[in-house]
Design a binder for this molecule. Structure first.
Ligand SMILES: NC(=O)c1ccc[n+]([C@@H]2O[C@H](COP(=O)([O-])OP(=O)(O)OC[C@H]3O[C@@H](n4cnc5c(N)ncnc54)[C@H](OP(=O)(O)O)[C@@H]3O)[C@@H](O)[C@H]2O)c1
Length: 409
């Protein structure tokens, strides 16, 4: 018998049996190996059953997560920590089981908020795969009207179909947005402004990492151009709508990699220096945090908040331009180790979901989160002068002051 005691209400199954037990829907054999599987928060449209009892497994949801909002900071912190696992009658397996289960929670666990967003309009960039797709799915489960903003419409339509099928939320649509093209960004923003009165949540998720020395349609270095400049322009063009929808939220996907970044204002676009794919990614992710800080300062009193986050390290397509993905040998040798150490996209989408919906974050702005925890970013990311300089330079590069696009104040 296994007793699972946890601070969240989402369903968790842990199987230690050898008797071919079946899942709660009776479809997946959970069989002979020691395995666990967990589900995200219940869809408002398709609630998960609360408690399951099957062979060797007792599943006990202990406390609704919305309690997290009412708890003291200390107990809330405890609720974010790995839950206790009590194993009886199976001491030989106890350590291994704890390790597997803790890996999941070390990786972050589920969004500790159960807030729903019924009828709210959400835009997620880069939502056809990886963390973006899973974030869109999590928010669709919570009842949002989701716009997937992607450059490849075939993949975008397919992702929208998957999400509609899985969540039974039919308010999930595919829109074209290429962040490597200022023209495409302006067209997307104009269409949103024309067709949507409200945008309550903007998730700036899309990114490219360590690609060759490519440039965007407008001649910007690709990582700086897509990861920072593209989202900078998009956000600014949507600000009037976001303000009209207040309280509204902007979530910017940065990365822990920002700590190794440095803003080289003499050569933001890597025209003078030898191109370094890693340094260019780190610079772009530092720019995302600086943008967050400056935007938050400019948005004070508007009811629009903006925060940046590191989602954790996840198994996604982000590494498609790195050696490991292109080398069959390293994929074969390092792949399994990588698999053990990193999050699933579903888990990596939990922090974005949390920043987008959590009631306890109402009014919180200009912060950097590592997973669910607010943390100080790198010192350069806290430098107001650098943030203001980056703002001015970004506005000049994307032609914001010439465009008549909405201004932050
Ligand atoms: N995975 C991690 O370990 C990790 C760690 C730290 C931070 N992050 C951040 O998390 C976010 C999501 O990353 P991920 O891991 O989910 O990566 P991913 O699987 O590679 O997904 C990236 C998404 O961005 C889209 N994209 C790229 N260029 C675009 C463009 N020009 N216009 C529009 N969309 C574009 C991609 O579209 P296509 O499929 O068409 O290319 C894809 O949908 C990123 O901001 C990343 O920096 C990830």
């Amino acid at each position: 018998m296994v007793l699972l005691s946890q601070g969240r209400e989402d369903a968790v199954r842990l199987t230690l049996g050898t008797g071919g037990a079946r899942s709660q829907r009776g479809q997946e054999p959970v069989g002979t190996s020691r395995s666990w599987k967990r589900h995200g928060p219940a869809s408002p449209l398709e609630p998960l059953e609360g408690t399951q009892l099957c062979q060797h497994v007792a599943l006990i949801p202990v406390r609704p997560v919305s309690d997290a909002c009412l708890q003291s900071p200390r107990s809330r912190q405890q609720s974010l920590n790995p839950p206790e696992l009590v194993v009886t009658g199976s001491s030989g397996h106890r350590k291994r089981t704890q390790r597997v289960f803790r890996k999941d929670y070390v990786a972050g666990g589920s969004c500790p908020s159960k807030a729903t967003i019924l009828g709210k309009t959400v835009i997620v960039t880069g939502a056809n795969t990886g963390i973006g797709k899973q974030t869109a799915l999590e928010l669709a489960k919570r009842g949002g009207n989701i716009i997937l903003a992607c450059r490849d419409m075939e993949k975008c339509e397919a992702a929208a179909r998957d999400i509609r099928r899985e969540t039974l939320n039919h308010h999930v649509s595919a829109w074209h947005l290429d962040l490597a093209s200022l023209k495409s960004i302006r067209e997307f923003a104009a269409k949103i402004t024309e067709e949507k009165e409200r945008v309550h949540i903007l998730i700036n998720n899309a990114a490219v990492m360590r690609c060759p020395h490519w440039t965007t349609e407008d001649g910007f270095e690709m990582q700086f151009g897509v990861n920072h400049l593209g989202h900078f322009l998009l956000t600014n063009l949507l600000l009037d709508t976001l303000k009209a929808s207040a309280p509204s939220r902007i979530v910017n996907l940065s990365s822990l990699a920002h700590v190794a970044g440095h803003m080289d204002f003499d050569d933001l676009n890597w025209e003078e220096r030898t191109y370094d794919t890693k340094a260019a990614y780190c610079q772009s992710k530092l720019a995302v945090v600086l943008f967050t800080k400056e935007l938050s300062r400019r948005l004070q009193g508007t009811g629009v908040t903006v925060n940046a986050l590191h989602p954790g390290v996840a198994r996604t397509e982000l590494g498609r331009h790195t050696g490991m993905h292109s080398s069959a040998f390293s994929s074969f040798t390092l792949g399994p180790i990588f698999w053990l150490l990193v999050k699933s996209p579903q888990l990596a989408a939990q922090p974005s979901t949390y920043l987008a919906v959590a009631e306890e974050l109402e009014g919180v702005s200009g912060k950097y989160f590592d997973g669910f925890k607010e943390k100080p970013p790198a010192p350069e990311a806290e430098d107001e002068e650098v943030a203001q300089r980056l703002w001015a330079e970004s506005a000049r590069l994307v032609g914001l002051e010439l465009s008549g696009g909405s201004s932050p104040q």
